[in-house]
Design a binder for this molecule. Sequence first.
Ligand code: GLU
Length: 323
Amino acid sequence: MKLLSTFAAASLVATTFTIGTAQAAEFITIGTGGVTGVYYPTGGAICRLVNKGRKEHGVRCSVESTGGSVYNINTIRGGELDMGVAQSDWQFHAYNGSGKQAFIDAGPYKELRAVFSVHPEPISIVARKDANIKHISDLVGKRVNIGNAGSGTEATWNVVWNAMGHTNKDLKLAAQMKSSETPGALCDNKIDAFFWLVGNPAALNKEATTTCEANFVAVDGPAVDKLVGEFPFYGTTVIPGGMYRGNPDDVPTFGVLASFVSSTATSADTIYAVVKGVFDNFADFKKLHPAFGHLTEKDMISKGNSAPLHEGAIRYYKERGWM
Ligand code: GLU
């Protein structure tokens, strides 16, 4: 009897020990965006599915609300974030060392890795109805939130506005509030419009259009056609009519894809666990945010990924016969 219990105790210790070494918990953090955007719930959806499998792979995933795409890429580069959500245009420019002065100065970020792309992010310009802004060119002389520093939004604003032959001096105010503050500022008449790139439907766009009278603004014309013709990561699209209160008609615009990125500093096993969490549970993933409704596995691994795919992602995609 005594012998048996000693033996049982010993094997229990041994088992605990084995689990402890083979699956030492690894904590990973995903950089997202403002809490009323779509990056934040996207990171949340990914983590939820990853954490479901934590007993098998030991990875514990959490999200952080951040300033957005450029901040996420820079912070992954600095080794302080494992992964992040980023606009496909800034994924391209970071990898190639182009597009904005800070990326040109830093040089190509060759260790950046794409994991998969996610939802489309059209440019949304939401304006107070009484400001009478129908087209992006009507923003001249207006008070506009162009995006906080570190957002993909602000970086893309500069590209688009400059392509139209303008600088921020052509605005009455170029505000840089973080996205979550903009509906309040719009409805309190502190700004005439806010500009950003975000998936639809977005909580923030809903907040603005239900709190006060606000309309989406058309983003089209020769400068836009030129940009879309020149760069593969841009595409024309619409803000769908009927999606937001007071905006019954489609509004033409253009945009990019959101993408999920990491770097060679994050191990293949970790990325494999993340990708497996998402694609083994793909039907569940798509239900976690309405912006994911049209996603397909094929598009996610073939579009919007201009940096090379991470080797952990490639391992999973090959296993599934997708490449
Ligand atoms: N595309 C935005 C940015 O990088 C963030 C959008 C979101 O938070 O969903 O600035």
